[in-house]
Design a protein around this ligand. Sequence first.
Ligand code: SAM
Ligand code: DTB
Ligand code: SF4
Length: 325
Amino acid sequence: MSIIRHDWSKAEIENIYHTPVMELIHRASVVHKEFHEIGEVQVCTLLSIKTGGCSEDCAYCPQSARYQTDINREKMMAVDSVIKAAQEAKDHGSTRFCMGAAWRNVKDNKEFDHVLEMVKGINQLDMEVCVTLGMLNEEQAQKLKDAGLYAYNHNLDTGEEFYEHIITTRTYQERLQTIENVTKSNISVCSGGIIGLGESDSDRVDMLHTLSTLAVHPESVPVNALVAVKGTPLENQKRVSVWEMIRMIATARILMPKAMVRLSAGRIYMSIEEQALCFMAGANSIFAGEKLLTTANNGYDADKMLFETLGLQPRKAFKEEHIHC
Ligand code: SAM
Ligand code: DTB
Ligand code: SF4
């Protein structure tokens, strides 16, 4: 019987991460079976409600105003169009709807009031509502909770030491502070990162160490592979191999057994066989739909085939409330 640990050492994590692949997948799968239904996958949909023009300099991001990408700055979407998109996502089988805004941080203005209305409306559709709006304070987190927010996504993105090579306009500590503010408001935390930014294995281990030693493990951990976008400083970055994704997913599964581990950006590059290995390694959530925030995603038809071929079962909404894991 595995126990939930919050005292992992970097050496232990490094050991797990470097375990030979077959043994690593086996270990992760045993933990997965103990805490989740094998073959059950949560289907989430993303929508960018406020695109582009962001003041931050995140080197991977097509939405930063500092880089010449093909993304145009758009004003915030109307509340009713967003709720319509959520209903469509639900009709396609999604149980969680996540809205993203290209903001450095939340401001107490009309736009935030609109987000609160979106959260209320989508909550009434009986979907798990998630937002990713940048940094926020405790009071703003509480307002989101009161509106019915289920989860808040705020990624650490990479290890603390490597962070300054990717983002200079805010600190790692600020990132952690937002996560703490969200946790205090009893909103589930969704926090993970990206691989393929030019980081070392040891930077990956650092990020997993920070996540798995939080007082409360994130309810969900997205593992993204960089989608190298033209015009960003990382446009020429080499694509990560599927084995690196598998190592990250399996290590996250072993360290944070209860978390939903989400196979996120980069899935578009993967065959069904590669995705199957990720599910065996402990991934149990995906983003569905034609688009992530601004880049292409696998699309409903491809995912219908994925679920049918592998005999996957979509996970029900609100299946387990495990905010404190
Ligand atoms: N502005 C908010 C923030 O940064 O917290 C929310 C939106 S931001 C786009 C959400 C997350 O998407 C980032 O933290 C990053 O992990 C991921 N992301 C952005 N661009 C990506 C890319 N090109 N490839 C992979 N993941 C990406
Ligand atoms: C996360 O970790 N990945 C999603 C979600 N959380 C917000 C975003 C991926 C974005 C990929 C690039 C884009 O489509 O703009
Ligand atoms: Fe802005 Fe978020 Fe993109 Fe960074 S990741 S540039 S904060 S939208």
